[in-house]
Write a protein that binds this ligand. Structure first.
Ligand code: GLU
Length: 319
């Protein structure tokens, strides 16, 4: 794969930059493969660049070896990429980014239970509304940390009143969220130095020049907060394309109870990469038949328009 380079000059066109961002909290499974296939094909179809970013900041939940296994599984499936980054090596950058965001941030000592009991209405997504209890309460992180020891505070983003974010998602269309009313001051990072998903992923997308974020639509309701962070950093956010997840027959996101959907388990069982990608292509409407096909054969034949707008149900076999 030439990664979209111009064969004569070796120069890379300025243009589309996409990313694959696995988290080593578990093994790569079918749902990840489908989302990553859509992301990779969108980049390769226009000669764009693909960044592989390992999102390994979730320490208690990260599984040893899952990062290398994910890379190996991706290569086995036919993915390639032009740059590779590991978030745990970028802590100094997150610290510096948090410093820049400090005028918008404050430490918060509320426990999850405190926040849950402050809910006045049922919340629309799994993010809780935060009424701003700790705004202006502490002079700094150390004072907050002393107040809630042995628990650790988190950093929250101060959302101005009447903050509504509207953006056009490439898959779901217009998305509108009154962040001040639905999320309130959302958590920016649970790490004192800012090294947590929300801050790190958003800052990395901007720093790495990502032009379009393709990811699962479970993250659609979190995206307005990412846009607010980008704006607070004085940057234009990337475009977003949130695609439906793969779920089990009970309609819930893929988990152990739906059987073993790890790529590594399929490999061990003798399933070919073409069989897995063929299933992905069929569920995305890129092929009428559920038949084996290599990932690179789908470049330029993988429109968003044919992808059903509801979750795909995994029925336990490739058929
Ligand atoms: N690392 C996240 C995951 O594996 C994806 C986050 C993102 O794409 O922004 O669920």
């Amino acid at each position: 794969m030439d990664g979209g380079r111009n064969i004569l000059t070796g120069a890379r066109p300025r243009g589309y930059v996409g990313r694959l961002a696995p988290s080593p909290t578990g093994a790569l499974h079918l749902g990840n493969v489908r989302t990553f296939a859509i992301a990779w094909l969108r980049a390769r179809a226009c000669g764009g660049k693909v960044i592989l970013r390992m999102e390994d900041l979730d320490h208690p939940r990260d599984k040893p070896g899952a990062d290398l296994q994910a890379l190996d599984d991706l290569r086995w499936l036919g993915f390639d990429w032009d740059e590779e980054h590991v978030q745990s090596h970028r802590r100094a950058f997150y610290r510096a980014t948090l410093e820049r965001l400090r005028p918008h941030a404050y430490p918060c000592v509320c426990s999850r239970r405190d926040v849950e009991s402050a809910q006045s209405a049922p919340h629309a997504c799994d993010q809780l509304y935060y009424p701003g209890t700790c705004r202006g309460r502490f002079a700094g992180w150390d004072e907050a940390a002393a107040a809630c020891a042995p628990r650790t505070p988190c950093w929250r983003f101060r959302v101005p009143p009447k903050t509504e974010i509207v953006f056009s998602d490439k898959f779901h269309g217009l998305f509108r969220q009154d962040v001040s009313a639905t999320l309130g001051d959302f958590p920016l990072a649970r790490d004192p130095d800012g090294a947590g998903y929300t801050l790190a992923a958003t800052a990395d997308d901007l720093a790495m020049g990502v032009t379009e974020v393709v990811r699962g639509d479970d993250l659609l309701p979190a995206t307005p907060s990412h846009i607010l962070i980008a704006r607070a950093l004085g940057k234009t956010p990337p475009d977003y394309c949130h695609v439906p997840l793969v779920v089990g027959q009970d309609g819930r996101r893929l988990a152990k109870r739906h059987g073993d959907t790890r790529v590594s388990a399929f490999r061990t069982a003798g399933v070919t990469p073409e069989k897995i990608i063929g299933w992905v292509a069929w569920t995305c409407g890129w092929n009428d038949k559920n038949e084996p096909i290599g990932l690179s054969r789908l470049i330029g034949r993988s429109p968003l328009e044919t992808i059903p707008d509801t979750a795909v149900v995994w029925n336990g076999s490739f058929g």
